[in-house]
Ligand binder design. Structure first.
Ligand code: TEU
Length: 608
């Protein structure tokens, strides 16, 4: 396991200045602490281009009833924290009725709230309270698949059902007895199970579930399926939601082989064989038209594993009327080998910089980027890309945020990221809850991978790191619940928690407030053209953003040792003005470990 970036170590004689950062007041304007009150759902054209989105994973955010599981009233009770942070939009991971095999990404009723999380009325109240504070709210739309307990699927199990064709049902492989090992229609593996095909003895056929048997894939070729999804989306829009985050939406159009009843080609290579199918753009444009996504100025972001920047260019080109932006997986796949996310690889900084720059350039002319390092499926960014040691945690969390939020696009903050929350000490299989982690453990150990290696991969990549309860205070269960949390609270909540962060003007939280305020205030942050500098530098992440002659220069030391600023390669430095820094007031030509600065170049100096 590699922690942070793979950078060469300094030579033994080299000076190594790792003194803790001096604490100085920041130069930016003080964050606003007042709660904004505004009319609900005012959505001017293009509003999402200046927005910052905050993702809530309800199960782990705030419990209000002591059952150890976060819920909607718990979220409502914490809205002031989010208003204080300054974000514009809340994205709710799924709260629909669900057997919770994949924590709500397996939906059995799209028109109801799971009792675990509360009621529809609780959700209405959350939306109203959010709108009252000027916060918008978007729902997670999980329509590549339903739960196997959804009424549509239960109906579809009858071979003569009109809904049989709403899912992918296929006979056994020719020459094989249905239900016997190896009789699956093809060799596709599911993301969270050994096979993507599950045998149903009642009809003697198999159904497709590319995540797990509890998540059967809907057949989007069938127009009735698409209509049912559109109806459901309109129902939520009428209820007051401001947009959708669309789960694995580039998997809805399946390859021609599959839709025509043939085996999936090259079935073992992850999602790529089933991603970005031939009718993807048609389905997205139709959805947009039928549900008024664009007409109503709803925020739309499509999660797209396996999508290239070319796919994203098409999806986000305003002329094509599909979606506002997509979530790419490229930058969060760089620290694994192509074999799987569990096969760990070193990540040199130039590789990560190059990937983000590739997306910046690719979507510069038309289209739009989404920007994220953390979400509910990823280990914590500060532990993965930063340095979560007590010495460097705060500055590395701030510097990663500086870099991300100064790119062009819509930044996403994942709950706890604004506190610098870290990976959890998950050291044995009993510590894990996630279906993906448990499946990997079972399959890998059965295949003979030594347990120690399996545990190492899990400790580096498990989704459970993101899902430990939000650390609100230093007290019992971090203030998350009065009961027993469904997943253990990280013991470091005694020092890393919202109470402490909000009280400290130099905290990670305060830095996020400043970055969000800067985006709101500064047109160059929102719309400026991006240019990467020093692409091969293994410590510094440097780039400019330019708009109408105004240039911001970002220099960030993404390493735990000092970094010299190459003045000849950054000619605009002299005469520039510090807009925001992690070590405010410092202007030396050496950046401290994990120090970053946002500078405004003097007008005459233009783009560096
Ligand atoms: O994720 C899709 C996805 O590609 C990742 O989940 C991936 O399978 C895994 O996290 C890589 O480690 C979405 C949701 O974000 C995720 O939580 C769901 O489990 C999945 O879809 C199925 O709905």
């Amino acid at each position: 396991m590699t922690k942070g970036f793979a950078v060469p170590h300094p030579s033994p004689g080299a000076p190594h200045r790792c003194a803790p950062a001096a604490r100085h007041p920041h130069t930016s304007a003080a964050p606003a602490f007042s709660v904004q009150v505004s009319a609900p759902a005012s959505r001017p054209d293009g509003w999402w281009r200046s927005a910052v989105v905050y993702q809530i994973y309800p199960r782990s955010f705030q419990d209000s009833d002591g059952d150890g599981i976060g819920d909607i009233p718990g979220i409502t009770s914490r809205l002031d924290h989010l208003a204080r942070l300054g974000v514009d939009v809340l994205w709710l991971s799924p709260v629909y009725r669900s057997p919770q095999v994949d924590n709500g990404y397996d939906i059995s009723d799209y028109h109801d709230v799971d009792p675990l999380f509360g009621t529809l009325e609780d959700l209405d109240e959350l939306i109203a309270q959010a709108h009252r504070r000027g916060l918008k709210l978007i729902m997670d739309l999980v329509v590549n698949h339903t739960s196997d307990q959804h009424a549509w699927f239960l109906d579809s199990r009858r071979p003569d059902s009109p809904k049989r064709d709403w899912y992918y049902w296929r006979p056994a492989r020719p020459g094989h007895t249905p239900g016997t090992p190896g009789a699956e229609p093809d060799d596709s593996a599911a993301a969270f199970a050994p096979s993507a095909w599950t045998y149903d003895p009642a009809s003697g056929e198999y159904y497709l579930g590319i995540f797990s048997p509890a998540q059967p894939d809907l057949n989007w070729e069938n127009p009735e399926v698409r209509q049912a999804v559109h109806d459901m989306m309109r129902w939520w829009v009428d209820r007051g939601v401001d947009g959708f985050r669309m789960d694995v939406i580039n998997l809805i159009s399946k390859p021609a082989e599959l839709t025509s009843g043939q085996p999936i080609p090259d079935p073992v290579a992850g999602f790529s064989p089933v991603a970005n199918g031939p009718r993807l753009h048609e389905f997205l444009a139709e959805m947009n038209r039928e549900t008024g996504l664009e007409r109503l100025n709803l925020l739309t972001v499509g999660e797209m594993p396996g999508a290239t920047v070319e796919v994203a260019q098409r999806v986000t080109d305003p002329e094509r009327h599909e979606l506002n932006m997509v979530f790419t997986f490229e930058h969060v796949s760089l620290d694994s080998t192509p074999a799987s996310k569990w096969h760990l690889a070193d990540l040199p900084l130039p590789l990560l910089k190059a990937n983000l720059a590739h997306w910046q350039y690719g979507l510069a002319e038309s289209g739009w980027n989404s920007l994220y390092l953390d979400n509910h499926d990823q280990p914590r960014a500060v532990s993965r890309f930063g340095d979560d040691s007590p010495e460097h945690r705060v500055n590395s969390a701030k510097t990663l945020a500086t870099v991300l939020h100064l790119h062009k696009g819509t930044p996403y903050v994942y709950q706890g990221e604004e506190l610098g929350m870290t990976n959890a000490p998950l050291t044995e299989i009993a510590h894990y809850r996630d279906v993906e982690s448990l499946n990997y453990h079972a399959l890998a150990t059965a295949a003979g991978v030594p347990l120690a290696d399996v545990l190492l991969s899990l400790a580096a990549r498990s989704r459970d790191h993101a899902r430990t309860p939000v650390q609100w205070d230093a007290g019992e269960q971090a203030g998350f619940t009065t009961g027993t949390p469904w997943l253990a609270v990280n013991p470091n909540h005694t020092t890393i928690n919202a109470d402490a962060a909000v009280a400290d003007p130099d905290s990670v939280f305060a830095h996020f407030q400043r970055l969000i305020a800067l985006r709101h205030d500064d047109e160059t942050v929102r719309e400026g053209r991006f240019a990467l500098l020093l692409p091969d530098h293994d410590q510094l992440w440097a780039f400019t953003r330019t708009l109408a002659g105004d240039t911001l220069l970002v220099v960030a030391n993404c390493s735990s040792r000092p970094a010299d600023l190459p003045l000849d390669a950054l000619p605009g430095l002299n005469g520039s003005r510090l807009v925001l820094g992690t070590h405010a007031g410092r202007r030396d030509a050496v950046l401290e470990p994990w120090e970053s600065r946002i500078l405004r170049l003097a007008p005459a100096q233009g783009e560096a």
